[in-house]
Design a protein around this ligand. Structure first.
Ligand code: DSN
Length: 427
């Protein structure tokens, strides 16, 4: 939603001023603050327009050429384009573009590859995994048996905070999982897909890589690809990939592709969201352009600059830095009494939008936490560069050291609004 859209131009304003007022206020919030939630981004006007198009009116259950409703000719072409572009973007053979979300993509992959009661391996949510990777309150943990592999915890080791690959290998031999999941929601380091595949092969498991956070980096070649190693790759489309909110599943294996299609529909979804699938196609088209490679490189350069600028100011980062778009600030050494929840509130008051996050060896509840997760994809979309990361790290550091001082937050918020005015939202 562009801030240049005035109420008189927007049909919501005419028919539902109550909702329009909130949408407009949100649009202004996005424009005047620093969006640093690592899983969020700002989509292009074209992606936004596809989501708000007439395609939302149609039922198109089934797949291209095999639908259960009439009037789906254009939808076949749209979905096929989305599939073809996804395959070109990730250099793979099969793509299912119908999952409504990353959670649905992961559930469909589980449904395709496992039976209830089967064992799989993943990282626990509190150490950077995901709700859908075996949390006891999610179907992945209710119906399947997760065995969680650890990060290196020994502070004296250089790879502290990295995946403990030796432990993954040991646990895999011990529990003989059906699936090994790799891919995380709060992991700042490069994933060694080759090593994971060797471990999967050693115990006869399938390797499933959830690249939701790094999909844009993988597509642009600035993070190694899981293809050639993972049997199945799941992702969201709205994070670094900068598409609409949604999910995607890919594979190179024709038999697995059949099982995945069946698992998505009719397994766990009904009518596909065709307006979102069209928006996925538009965003994949954008990601295939050379500018996207440059965008992804700048995300990582900004991530590294942000990490270095925070470290220079004495902040402690989980794993000591980042290889990607994500920085995890561990508050414990500098601010033992400060929770991630409180820190995120102080930062939001200053115009810096982040999320509280658990950190390795977390002692607090997920509703309090001892860390704050930061990310650079949305800032990079707006054109912020490495010099701004230093300025932003300075603001973050000041807020954290201010003990929630309201005057400090107010001053920084005004400075941020002034800076944001120079970096308009994508139109
Ligand atoms: N909730 C997302 C995130 O913030 O990382 C993962 O799906």
């Amino acid at each position: 939603m562009s801030t240049t859209t005035t109420p008189t131009q927007n049909p919501i304003a005419a028919t539902d001023p109550e909702i329009w007022q909130l949408v407009d206020a949100e649009s202004k919030r996005q424009a005047t603050t620093l969006e640093m939630i690592a899983s969020e981004n700002h989509v292009s006007a074209a992606v936004m327009a596809a989501m708000g198009s007439c395609l939302t009116n149609k039922y198109a259950e089934g797949y291209p050429g095999r639908r259960y409703y009439s009037g789906t000719g254009f939808y076949d072409e749209i979905e096929q384009l989305a599939i073809d572009r996804a395959c070109e973007l990730f250099s793979c053979k099969f793509a299912n573009v119908q999952p409504h979300s990353g959670a649905n993509a992961n559930f469909a992959a589980f449904l395709a590859l496992m039976q209830p009661g089967d064992t799989f391996m993943s990282v626990v949510l509190s150490e950077g995994g995901h709700l859908t990777h075996g949390s006891p309150v999610n179907v992945s943990g209710l119906w399947f048996k997760p065995v969680h592999y650890p990060l290196v915890k020994d502070e004296s080791r250089k790879d502290c905070g990295y995946i403990d690959y030796d432990e993954v290998a040991r646990l895999a031999k011990e529990c003989k999982p059906k699936i090994i999941m790799c891919g995380y929601s709060a992991y700042p380091r490069t994933i060694d897909f080759k090593r994971f595949r060797e471990i999967a092969d050693s115990c006869g498991a399938l390797l499933v890589s959830d690249i939701a956070h790094i999909a844009g980096l993988v597509a642009a070649g600035v993070h190694p690809t899981p293809f050639g190693h993972a049997h199945v790759v799941t992702t969201t489309t709205h994070k670094t990939l900068r598409g609409p909110r949604g999910g995607l599943i890919m594979t190179n294996d024709p038999e697995l592709a059949k099982a995945i299609n069946k698992a998505v529909f009719p397994g766990c979804q009904g009518g596909p969201l065709m307006h979102i699938i069209a928006a996925k196609a538009v965003s994949f088209g954008e990601a295939l352009k050379p500018q996207f490679k440059d965008y992804a490189k700048r995300i990582v350069a900004n991530g590294k600059a942000l990490a270095a600028a925070l470290t220079k100011r004495g902040q402690k980062l989980s794993s000591g830095g980042t290889d990607n778009h994500l920085v995890l600030v561990d508050l414990r050494p500098n601010f033992p009494d400060l929770t991630g929840k409180q820190a995120a509130t102080w930062l939001e008051n200053a115009g810096i939008v982040t999320n509280m996050n658990t950190v390795p060896n977390e002692q607090r509840s997920p509703l309090q936490t001892s860390g704050v997760r930061l990310g650079t994809p949305a800032l990079t979309t707006r054109g912020f560069n490495e010099s701004h990361m230093d300025q932003i790290a300075g603001w973050i550091d000041r807020v954290l050291r201010s003990n929630g001082n309201e005057a400090t937050a107010k001053t920084i918020r005004a400075d941020i609004a002034a800076l944001c005015a120079k970096f308009p939202m994508p139109h």
